[in-house]
Ligand binder design. Structure first.
Ligand SMILES: [Fe+2]
Ligand SMILES: [Fe+2]
Length: 283
């Protein structure tokens, strides 16, 4: 086993900072003089981002009663933070190359899995009418990002991780611990810290396999359950075929309505297809 934690910190130092539009938006949002028109205008200046944001907000997970055709209406209906977080999720997907390929790990399938988890997590947030729904889609998209950090920076060792997982029929997270001495949830949490993501998002990324951060956190539980559901629904491919058992504590905490997944398959599949098309197939 090699301890590469220090090298991972160094590699994460090299990961670019978040795109300007996100930083400008974050600064504008905390400014006491911020107003809706300024913020909508700022987002509208990036045409490709605006187009994708509108596609995402019009997918069935957001449950909007009518079609939204402008960023200012999207901000009005969903709030600044939700729109900012969607932009952040889109920016992160663009930050990493989608071309590299090692064994069965294809970044495009990885992103489909992450978008699938984002869609399901956000739908759970909607269904349960949680207090801060704007962090749900983002956390789903980000939950496995540590895999890309490891994959992009330690390709040779990551090939061994993939082989190990295949041979031992174990999840990537266990293979990562064995081969690298660190796993993607820890690597993702380091990146979340660098990017100063909200604490609840960082926690969901760090504990998405455990399903609990120890303090009855709904978001971590929702990402955990959505990760498993996305695998069962075959939304993308996360790098291994092994579905872990859900943590009963997470399931208990969420208290989803009876037959939630059976009843939601249609809307989740439609939202997944639409969101994948608008995010991955529009460049
Ligand atoms: Fe994971
Ligand atoms: Fe995952």
């Amino acid at each position: 086993m090699i301890n590469i934690e220090k090298r991972i910190y160094d590699a994460i130092e090299e990961v670019p900072t978040l795109p300007t539009i996100y930083s400008v938006l974050s600064d504008t949002l905390i400014s006491p003089n911020a107003n809706a028109a300024d913020i909508a205008h700022l987002i509208s200046t990036d045409q490709s981002a605006s187009f994708k944001v509108l596609k995402v907000v019009n997918s069935p997970i957001y449950h909007l009663s009518s079609r939204i055709e402008s960023i200012s209406l999207a901000v009005l209906h969903l709030g600044f933070n939700e729109i900012r977080n969607i932009i952040l999720a889109l920016s992160v997907i663009n930050l990493f190359s989608k071309k590299k390929l090692i064994a069965a790990f294809r970044p495009v399938d990885f992103w489909k899995h992450s978008i699938g988890v984002g869609v399901i997590t956000r739908y759970i947030g909607n269904t349960l009418q949680v207090a801060r729904p704007e962090n749900y889609f983002l956390s789903g998209i980000m939950h496995d990002i540590g895999k890309l950090v490891l994959f992009e920076n330690f390709g040779d060792q990551y090939e061994k991780v993939l082989q190990y997982s295949e041979e031992r029929k174990c999840q990537l997270i266990d293979a990562e611990k064995e081969i690298l001495g660190i796993d993607h949830s820890a690597a993702g949490a380091i990146l979340a810290e660098k990017w100063k993501l909200p604490d609840s998002v960082l926690k969901a990324m760090k504990y998405h396999h455990e399903g609990s951060s120890g303090d009855k956190d709904m978001l971590t539980a929702a990402v955990h359950i959505s990760d498993i559901a996305a695998r069962m629904l075959e939304f993308g491919f996360a790098g291994d075929d092994y579905v872990q058992k859900p943590n009963p504590e997470a399931w208990e905490l969420l208290k989803l309505p009876p037959h939630f997944f059976t009843k939601s398959i249609g809307v989740l599949t439609a939202s997944f297809d639409e969101t994948v098309n608008s995010i991955l197939n529009c460049d």
